[in-house]
Each structure stands twice: as structure tokens, then as C-alpha cells.
Design a binder for this molecule. Structure first.
Ligand SMILES: *[C@@H]1O[C@H](CO)[C@@H](O)[C@H](O)[C@H]1NC(C)=O
Ligand SMILES: *[C@@H]1O[C@H](CO)[C@@H](O)[C@H](O)[C@H]1NC(C)=O
Length: 415
């Protein structure tokens, strides 16, 4: 709304001004030379300005009240834009799942939704339970190749066998249906969290190059990962055993925490540098989730302000762990395509560092004020739902966020 229009609306609503004999604006010159009149004139103008201010505030307030599920303090763009697009996805998005292949291998839902396959397991189960699946390929925006790599692994196939198996599967689909050839696979996607699953798809060049890969290993310097085309699947190691944390900054007395086994140069540097530090709780050891170890580990996630998420060669569930327990994640990984990065503004609930910042770690974390930390800690609570898997899936959870990322990639020309 333009300022002049706003003013004219406000003026019409002003009883004090309307009652004045000489029009809404009134100039003091026309009030005569009497001092009393001048004073009255100033008072009226001050009231006019005040009312103008109040009216303009009221005109804007209805927009502010629509926060609820979509909280703009953690999104990149105005919540309204995301909300509308998300709701359109819920209404319209359709996916065709290829029904072919041995049901013990393809489109197989694992019995246990735990461990390192949890994210892909949930996705397979959730898409069946959702409204997005259609039997009519003509209505489909995207086509799902339900390759279950964990199942092939379970059957004892070697990497080469798996590549062969996936190759045969895609060739079969290509001959049987007209859909692949229309875009050379560009409106097709597959989902796999484990790096073995990614390797298994390497035998079909167009599957790597054209199709949307929903994967956990998503660094720009990984030769296979293509930002903007591919989608990051947040890795989780379920179950969590303990309820979510957050909004609990008073309990967090340790500055930062990391425990694990080093499998990268960065983790070597991290432990070499900070092993015996009194403020940073850094431990180079293997975490035993089954023994009492996990209790101690979880306890630390509740008591630390920051949880370090250093990059390693294999994917890590550490980021989702930190989010769940309300421990602000410190991302120490160059060129990592963070999950839902184009929707969520990660700087509002995490700390993102370069790998070389490991040497300055303590100074950087100490320089973050209490107030800033409180905001990060509170914002974590707002985004926890986007990293939760549920069965059946619920609005805005990890499954729906992955679907939304796919929805954003649906526009294609078909030949
Ligand atoms: C798709 O293209 C391949 C050639 O790349 C061809 O052999 C195949 O028959 C085509 N599929 C269909 C369904 O026409
Ligand atoms: C930490 O302490 C242990 C045992 O006291 C010692 O072996 C190790 O070298 C120390 N690490 C650093 C980085 O000072």
C-alpha cells in the first residue's frame, strides 16, 4: 500500500480531524495570530500524527498473526510463500511407483525401521501410506524407481552384482513403459541412504546424471552429487531412546561436545587439538549405543550447548541427533548440501563453519553470545518436526519435507 493511500484512509477515520472546520490537513497559518489558537493547532496536529501511527500499525497487524505451523523465523522466504506451495503439493502431487520386480527386493519395506537404513525404510513405508501414490501414470508428476539396496545387500550381493541388478531393472522398465524415454529419466527418482545404494546405481549413466537422487551423502565435492537436482535425505539412527530437548539453555553447561571414532583428517585434527580441553568435551572413542554408553552419550547431548558435526567419509546421523536433543549443531563440513537447505535457513538454528575453523573452534563458540545461543536453541524446537519420521507420516515431517523437495523439481518437458 502506498503511503499516500494509507494517509487518506487514516484521515477519513479520524474523528478529531473530521470535526475540525478547516479540512483534514489544516495549516497553522489559517488559525489566526492568537497564541491560544496556535497551541490548539499544534496539539491537533500531534494527535493527528499519533492516530496516523496507530492506524498504520493496525493495518499491518493481521499479517503478523498467521504464524502457527509455518514459522517464518526459520525459513528463507516469507512463510506465506512456502505455505501456499506446500499446501498445493499436498493437494496435487502425484507419484507413480513402478510395480515391477521381485517384491522381496523392490519396493520392500524393512521390518525394522531402525539403524542406518531408517531414513530410507521410513520413506518406503510412508509413501505407501500417503496420498501421493497414483496408479495412473498419466497423472504422475514424478516416477519412483523403488530400488531397495539394503535388501539386495541382505541377499548377499556384491557391489558388482548390485550394479548389474539395478541395470537390468532399469532396462526392463525402459522397454516395458514409455515414461523413461520421454525425459531420459529426468522425471524419475530413487531413494537410498547408504553409500552402497548409491554405488549400485552407477551402472546406468542416465540414472546418475538425469534422475533425482535422494541420498544421504550430499557434498558438492562428491563426484556424483549434483546440487539443485539431487535431494539430501537427512540421515537418522533410530530409535532416539529419549524425548526431544530444546528451550532448555539453563541446563547446558558444557560448551561443546563430540565423541566418536576418527575416520577423517578433520576428526584427527579435532581430537589432536582439543582432546584434553576443559571447556570442550571431545572424546576420541567408539560409542557403544547398546551398553550404558548410549545413556552417557544422550546425557551429554542434553547438557551441551553445541554439538560438533565434523565431516567424515561415511554419512552421519549426528546432525539429526543434535537437532532432536536441542543441542545446536556445529556443521564442520565444506560444501555439504544441508537437508531442506532451500527451505530452511540453517543459520537460524545452527553454526556453520569451514573445516579449517577447527583450530579456532573454542574462540568461535565462546564468541557466540548467550542471547544468540538462546535464539538458536529455541529455533531448534521449531524445526525438530521437519526431521522426525512418523508412521503414518504427518504434515511437515521429514517425509513431507522430502516430498516437497521433489515437488519443487517436477517441472519438465516430455517428448
Ligand atoms: C526407449 O528407448 C530405447 C532406446 O534407447 C529403446 O530400445 C526402447 O524400446 C524404448 N522404449 C520404448 C517403450 O519405446
Ligand atoms: C591428553 O591426555 C592424554 C593422557 O593424559 C595424553 O596422552 C594426550 O597426549 C593428551 N592430548 C593432548 C592433545 O594434549
Amino acid at each position: 500500500m502506498s503511503p499516500s493511500r494509507e494517509k487518506s484512509i487514516s484521515v477519513a477515520n479520524l474523528p478529531a480531524v473530521r470535526n475540525r472546520p478547516r479540512g483534514p490537513r489544516g495549516s497553522c497559518g489559517s488559525c489566526g495570530s492568537v497564541n491560544l489558537a496556535t497551541t490548539a493547532c499544534i496539539v491537533v496536529n500531534v494527535i493527528y500524527m499519533l492516530l496516523l501511527f496507530v492506524c498504520s500499525k493496525q493495518l499491518h497487524s493481521p499479517l503478523r498473526k498467521r504464524a502457527f505451523l509455518f514459522d517464518s523465523s526459520v525459513f528463507h522466504f516469507p512463510e506465506e510463500a512456502f505455505r501456499l506451495d506446500y499446501e498445493q503439493m499436498e493437494e496435487e502431487f502425484k507419484v507413480f511407483v513402478y510395480p515391477d520386480g521381485d517384491p522381496e527386493t523392490y519396493f520392500h519395506t524393512p521390518r525394522k525401521l531402525t539403524g542406518k537404513y531408517a531414513s530410507e525404510g521410513y520413506f518406503f513405508k510412508n509413501i505407501r501410506e500417503s496420498r501421493f501414490v497414483t496408479d495412473d501414470p498419466r497423472r504422475a508428476h514424478l516416477f519412483f524407481l523403488p530400488i531397495s539396496c539394503h535388501k539386495m545387500r541382505g541377499r548377499g550381493l556384491t557391489n558388482e552384482d548390485m550394479i548389474d541388478e539395478v541395470k537390468k531393472y532399469v532396462e526392463y522398465v525402459k522397454f516395458k513403459y514409455p515414461y523413461w524415454n520421454r525425459t531420459l529419466g529426468a522425471d524419475h527418482f530413487f531413494v537410498t541412504c547408504h553409500d552402497i545404494g548409491v554405488k549400485a546405481t552407477k551402472g546406468v549413466p542416465h540414472l546418475m546424471k538425469n534422475s533425482i537422487r535422494v541420498v544421504c551423502s550430499s557434498r558438492y565435492d562428491d563426484d556424483d552429487y549434483i546440487p539443485h537436482k539431487d535431494v539430501t535425505l537427512p540421515q537418522v539412527q533410530l530409535p532416539f531412546f529419549h524425548p526431544p530437548g530444546g528451550n532448555d539453555f539453563k541446563n547446558r553447561n558444557t560448551l561443546a561436545f563430540w565423541a566418536g571414532r576418527s575416520d577423517s583428517r578433520l576428526k584427527d585434527d579435532l581430537t589432536a587439538m582439543w582432546d584434553n580441553d576443559t571447556e570442550l568435551d571431545i572424546q576420541n572413542n567408539r560409542i557403544d549405543f547398546r551398553a550404558t554408553g548410549h545413556l552417557v552419550f544422550m546425557e551429554r547431548l542434553y547438557k551441551s550447548k553445541f554439538c560438533l558435526c565434523p565431516h567424515g567419509p561415511i554419512g552421519s546421523s549426528r546432525i539429526t541427533d543434535s537437532i532432536h536433543f536441542g543441542c545446536v549443531p556445529v556443521i564442520m563440513s565444506n560444501y555439504y548440501d544441508l537437508p531442506f537447505n532451500d527451505v530452511l535457513d540453517w543459520r537460524k538454528f545452527s553454526v556453520i563453519l569451514k573445516e579449517t575453523d577447527v583450530y579456532l573452534l573454542k574462540d568461535i563458540l565462546r564468541s557466540i553470545s548467550e542471547k544468540h545461543f538462546m535464539i538458536l536453541n529455541q529455533n531448534l524446537v521449531k524445526i525438530q518436526k521437519h526431521f522426525n519420521w512418523n508412521t503414518p507420516p504427518v504434515r511437515l515431517d521429514a517425509f513431507h519435507m522430502v516430498m516437497y523437495e521433489l515437488w519443487r523439481r517436477r517441472h519438465l518437458i516430455r517428448y
